[in-house]
Every structure is written in structure tokens, then in C-alpha cells.
Design a protein around this ligand. Structure first.
Ligand SMILES: [Mg+2]
Ligand SMILES: [Zn+2]
Length: 278
């Protein structure tokens, strides 16, 4: 097992849209959703809109069908499979919900590549109505983070992931995201970690206007093709560096030549799984 945990945001990172907006727009509820957002948090509004869609007689299967059409780059699918083949552990931290994420991942045959999905619970009740609840129940207590929405602080989740990964001997975290909510986890990362913000999106802007708050190495990406290239390059570099650490006595390290495994120039051909240090 490689010493790397790759943590993905979901909306506009794994898929190339926001899953909540994708469903709301497809069901013609965009204006109604905007009105609800004026008086309640996003997470509460999406639960309410799902109730209204259900009251109009729309079946849960229609929502499922809509989700399977959400855009996802074939390069992101390849990146997930290749990172897994290289021995990385993959997790998701998302402010969407379990129903949306699992429906999309199952449709693309990707769910088994992830060991954990941290998101708002979403399930279909006895009447066939989709319920979406907050990850953090803010009606009883606050999570205490001023940067994050009331229902989820991704920074608290990433600290837990770091602690459990570290106790299992994993050394590096790679965090990929695009939104404002991905800033809090990004500032929790250490010098040994990587953050991959989507270029020109809110996370990227926050990182570049607050560079002193980020300890992790920053590698931007713009689209699925670049996400695949950058992520696999980071993983390969990190694996090579760890191999050097493992086999070279410290006093000889400066003289020892350990090369990064190069990525193939053709984006279609991915590197084969590398042997990983134990
Ligand atoms: Mg996102
Ligand atoms: Zn936070």
C-alpha cells in the first residue's frame, strides 16, 4: 500500500457540475430553489426542494436517471482507477449527499475505488421521497468553524483523516477541490501534503490571495485531462521519493540518484502499477 491518501471533493471536481444544481435545474426548480436560499441554508433548501419535487408526483427513479447524466470527464475516471492501481487510498469529502454521490459513482463503476465517502446523509423514505440531512446537526450544536457552512466543516473531517492515515503509516495527503468549502481543509494540510485547486475557481483564488496560510504544495488543474496528468505525476513523484527514503541511508542520500518515474507523454497511455514500498 502506498503511503498516500487522495481526498476528492465531488461537485466540480470528480463530476464537472454541481450535483444539486444539476438536479434542481433539470426539474425546472431553479427559481424556486433561489427563493428558498434567501431564507435557509443550502443543505436545508435542497431537502425542501426534493420534498416539493416528490409532491409533484415525480419518482425517485427520475432523479436517479438525471444524476447518471451528470457530466464526468473520462480522464477523471482514468485518474481514479490509476491512483487506486498505484496503491493510493481514495476518499471523498463533499457537501453534496450520499444518494447523489453513490448513484453517480455506481453508474460509472467507481464506487469500489473509494474507502470512505464523507457527506450529508441522503436516503429515500417509505413514501419514495428523498430526504437530505446535514452532516453536522447544527440545530443542536455548532461545529465551531467560522470558515465553513453550518452543516459541514471539511477541515474537521480532514484532520480526522490525517490522524487515522498517519496512525496507519501513511505519509502524504493529496486534496483536490474547487470551492470555498475546500479552503478550510486545505489550510489544515502539512508540508508533506499536496493541494490541487481547480484553476480560477474559488479555492484557487483563496489560496493565491492567502499564500501564507497554506503549508502544502500547491498544484493547480483546469480540466479532467490536467487533473489526471497532475495527480498521477504527484503520486509517482511521492512514491519515488519514499522509495529513496526507504532504501538509502541518510548519510548517502545526497549522492544517491533516485529518479522519478516519468509519465508517458500520451495522455491515453497510463503508467502500469508500480511496486510500492511496504
Ligand atoms: Mg466542489
Ligand atoms: Zn471549517
Amino acid at each position: 500500500m502506498a503511503g498516500i491518501v487522495v481526498v476528492f471533493d465531488f461537485d466540480k471536481t470528480i463530476i464537472d457540475c454541481d450535483s444539486d444544481n444539476w438536479v434542481v435545474d433539470d426539474f425546472g426548480a431553479t427559481e424556486r430553489f433561489d427563493i428558498l436560499l434567501e431564507t435557509m441554508p443550502w443543505n436545508t433548501a435542497i431537502d425542501k426542494i426534493m420534498g416539493e419535487i416528490h409532491s409533484q408526483g415525480r419518482a425517485i427513479e427520475e432523479i436517479g436517471d438525471c444524476l447518471t447524466k451528470a457530466p464526468i470527464s473520462p480522464h477523471v475516471i482514468k485518474a481514479i482507477k490509476a491512483a487506486h492501481a498505484l496503491g493510493c487510498e481514495l476518499r471523498i469529502v463533499s457537501d453534496a449527499n450520499t444518494f447523489f454521490i453513490e448513484t453517480i459513482l455506481k453508474h460509472h463503476g467507481l464506487i469500489e475505488y473509494f474507502t470512505e465517502i464523507n457527506t450529508n446523509p441522503g436516503f429515500v423514505d417509505d413514501e419514495g421521497r428523498l430526504r437530505i440531512f446535514p452532516y453536522h446537526d447544527f440545530t443542536t450544536s455548532s461545529h465551531g468553524c467560522g470558515l465553513c457552512p453550518p452543516n459541514m466543516c471539511k477541515g474537521i473531517i480532514i484532520e480526522r483523516i490525517r490522524a487515522s492515515a498517519f496512525s496507519e503509516g501513511k505519509k502524504h495527503l493529496v486534496y483536490l477541490g474547487d470551492g470555498k468549502g475546500d479552503y478550510c481543509p486545505s489550510i489544515k494540510l502539512s508540508e508533506k501534503d499536496y493541494v490541487m485547486p481547480r484553476k480560477s475557481y474559488p479555492l484557487w483564488e483563496l489560496i493565491y490571495t492567502n499564500t501564507q496560510s497554506i503549508k502544502a504544495k500547491v498544484h493547480e488543474w483546469s480540466d479532467g485531462e490536467e487533473l489526471e496528468k497532475v495527480l498521477l505525476q504527484l503520486i509517482n513523484e511521492s512514491l519515488s521519493a519514499d522509495r529513496c527514503d526507504n532504501i538509502v541511508p541518510l548519510r548517502l542520500a545526497a549522492d544517491f540518484k533516485c529518479h522519478t518515474v516519468p509519465l508517458p507523454s500520451s495522455p491515453g497511455a497510463l503508467p502500469k502499477a508500480l511496486p510500492v514500498p511496504h
